[in-house]
Design a protein around this ligand. Structure first.
Ligand SMILES: Cc1ncc(COP(=O)(O)O)c(C=O)c1O
Length: 303
């Protein structure tokens, strides 16, 4: 039982596990997906946002009007914005201009100050700008740096990973997750490996360098997260933007699951893993909802 923290913080985590085994169509192979889009901020990132903020408060890095500063492609920002609003902490977010307009509006609505960077430079451009803002005035900010902050994978180790063990009664054989900061993959992966010696960890990355799977990162790009261990996963699967978007529609139309492109990339990769098994329990996560990407799905002619 987790300690009650009060307000919206108590609604973070403990998400349901959806049974998508019908998509595999094999008797002995189950496909399960954690519905992270049901978190109050609408994504998996509520979990690390809460851990990072609470850890910084505990260590005396936040409080007395100090602003939390970070670069985000949107979802972590929404997590920070909820938690910071609930705890009275001022927030500055650096966001690439290609983030969906719905996310930007929601961030402003939750009271965050936004610095929008060149969409062509993606998340790496936002990270460089956040570092610049921090270095110009280090006393005014706590630079949360979700890409290096150990509280990010710790959130998944202590909550997501533990929940997966409980919800599968320890029967998970494969865990499949896309990497952005890599917090989900590293934290859940460590927790599962600790309890299940033979569990296989499968990492998902976008196939193209210029891709449309928001939240995921090609790890051969310029800025590699400090929390990421390149040798950690047992297997790496690449998914194209087109495959992710088509799978997003399949999930909606065939399963009634309104999942976003990174969720669909995870499911596409999990189905590839499942297709090679005779027996197994493949678990993945659905980081956010299709609702945030309807404009993009529409531009692909998929709505
Ligand atoms: C929609 C979406 N999917 C996947 C991820 C990747 O999660 P992680 O940062 O834990 O690797 C993120 C991270 O921001 C995200 O926003």
């Amino acid at each position: 039982m987790r300690r009650r923290l009060g307000g919206v913080l108590d609604a973070i985590g403990r998400t349901p596990m959806l049974d998508l085994s019908k998509m595999v169509g094999k008797r002995g192979v189950r496909l399960l997906a954690k519905a992270e889009f049901l978190n109050p901020g609408g994504s998996v990132k509520d979990r690390p946002a809460m851990y990072i903020v609470l850890d910084a408060i505990r260590r005396g890095e936040l409080g007395q009007g100090r602003r939390l500063l970070d670069a985000t492609s949107g979802n972590m920002g929404i997590g920070y914005a909820l938690v910071c609003a609930a705890l009275g902490i001022p927030l500055t977010l650096v966001v690439p201009g290609n983030v969906s307009p719905v996310k930007l509006d929601l961030l402003r609505y939750l009271g965050a100050e936004l610095v929008v960077t060149d969409p062509l430079e993606g998340i790496d451009g936002a990270i460089l700008k956040a570092r610049e803002i921090y270095e110009a005035n280090p006393k005014a900010y706590f630079y949360a740096d979700q890409y290096s902050n150990p509280a990010n994978p710790l959130a998944h180790y202590e909550t997501t990973g533990r929940e997966i063990l409980v919800q599968t009664r320890g029967r998970v054989t494969h865990f499949v997750a896309g990497v952005g900061t890599s917090g989900t993959l590293m934290g859940v992966g460590r927790r599962l490996r600790e309890s299940l010696r033979n569990v296989k960890i499968v990492e998902v990355q976008p196939e193209e360098h210029l891709h449309g799977i928001e939240g995921l990162k090609r790890m051969d790009e310029a800025i590699r997260p400090a929390i990421y261990d390149q040798g950690f996963a047992d297997e790496r699967v690449f998914v194209s933007t087109e495959e992710a978007y088509r799978m997003a529609r399949d999930l909606a139309r065939l399963m009634g699951v309104p999942a976003g492109p990174s969720s669909a990339a995870n499911v596409a990769a999990a189905l590839r893993v499942a297709s090679e098994l005779e027996q197994g329990v493949v678990v993945t996560v659905l980081p956010d909802s299709a609702q945030r990407y309807l404009h993009l799905l529409k531009s692909w002619g998929l709505t």
